[in-house]
Design a binder for this molecule. Structure first.
Ligand code: FES
Ligand SMILES: [Fe+2]
Length: 360
């Protein structure tokens, strides 16, 4: 593992071409979230991932299927066809495709050509999410699907939401690892001035970026302190935010109340999960989850956290869409002016650039 100083030094000089932007080819060899598991059922539905239209459904046994949403005969969208058992039947001339994409019937012919297929994509359920692999099929390895096990753990209470964003996933990845915007874009929720000034350490760990912060003896931010009812306290706070892959960012926050009221815990943990899947170079499917390790069934905490996070993430969404409009509309290319606190985001963008170039 490299320390922050070695990484920062290794990043010089800052050639702009070394960092991913919205124009960098999308990273394909990566597990991305396709949908919430509950969205995929016996009614096929279509969604675009990495510029490719895909139809999703489940077999009668409940296995998810991801198939190119384009019939190889005349490009009819297969989502407009219908299911017969596990087979998807094209709605134009009736070609029938098995879940592995092999065509087993073309009604206009007396015998079916044995080599006709439609592309399918590796897909797997994990907890409340279903992940898809849009890259080289022989590299799809389900053991590489990142851990989000807390989302399926009954000891954790989770609130969740999703957005479609007209911005690029590179900006989203950078936004989530850039904590210096918190007090300005999110003053009423996650941002406190003390937090913005607290020292952070950033490091890379394989193709991940990890940033850690510690803040001792300070008021908790409202979003954590209010549901735990410790706003009158001074607490210690640690957080680890991790760029796991272009598809996933997780943050683990812990609050320690050194003098808990009787019957109340001394520790509160929050795991925050952000999943984003590029639809195109300039649009994203985004799912977020905020999980806590206390009072998992308390619906008043759920509604507070849901409202607070919806607001915070909507602020990010708006900011990124505004930036995308500027980038698209302004004739001048932007050469980003970066400062030392931008380095964690640049580290993530450099990893994304390297991953993209490895596939080029
Ligand atoms: S377009 Fe699908 S069978 Fe003709
Ligand atoms: Fe933000």
């Amino acid at each position: 593992m490299l320390t922050d100083d070695t990484v920062y030094a290794a990043m010089e000089p800052h050639e702009p071409g070394q960092f991913a932007t919205h124009a960098t080819p999308l990273v394909r060899n990566c597990w991305y979230v396709a949908a919430r598991r509950s969205e995929i059922g016996r009614t096929p539905f279509a969604r675009t991932f990495l510029d490719t239209d895909v139809v999703l459904y489940r077999t009668e046994a409940g296995q998810p299927v991801a198939m190119r949403n384009r019939c190889p005969h005349r490009s009819f969208p297969l989502v407009r066809g219908k299911l017969a058992g596990d087979r998807l039947i094209c709605g134009y001339h009736g070609m029938e495709f098995e879940p592995d994409g092999v065509c087993t019937r073309m009604p206009a012919l007396s015998s079916t050509p044995s080599t006709v297929t439609v592309r399918t994509y590796p897909i797997a359920d994990r907890g409340p999410l279903t992940w898809i692999w849009m890259g080289a099929p022989d590299l799809a390895d389900e053991s590489l699907i990142p851990d989000t096990s807390w989302l399926a753990d009954a000891n954790w209470g989770t609130v969740t939401g999703d957005f479609h964003i007209d911005a690029d996933y590179v900006s989203m990845d950078e936004n989530l690892i850039d904590q210096t915007h918190f007090p300005f874009l999110h003053p009423d929720t996650v941002g406190t001035p003390e937090y913005a000034r607290s020292k952070l350490s950033a490091s890379t760990d394989n193709d991940q970026v990890v940033i850690r912060r510690e803040l001792r003896d300070s008021p908790p931010p409202g979003v954590y302190g209010k549901p735990a009812q410790i706003m009158d306290k001074r607490v210690d706070r640690t957080s680890e935010a991790r760029f796991v892959s272009p598809a996933l960012h997780v943050a683990f926050a812990a609050i320690h109340d050194p003098a808990p009221d009787s019957g109340k815990p001394a520790h509160y943990r929050y795991n925050i999960t952000h999943c984003f899947t590029p639809e195109t170079n300039t649009s994203i499917h985004y799912w977020w989850f905020n999980s806590r390790d206390y009072r998992p069934d308390d619906t008043s905490i759920d509604s507070f956290l849901l409202d607070a996070h919806k607001q915070a993430y909507h602020e990010d969404l708006e900011a990124l869409e505004w930036i995308m409009q500027v980038v698209k509309n302004d004739a001048d290319p932007q050469i980003d002016l970066s400062f030392a606190p931008d380095k964690p985001g640049l580290m993530a963008r450099r990893i994304m650039y390297r991953l993209a170039m490895r596939e080029a």
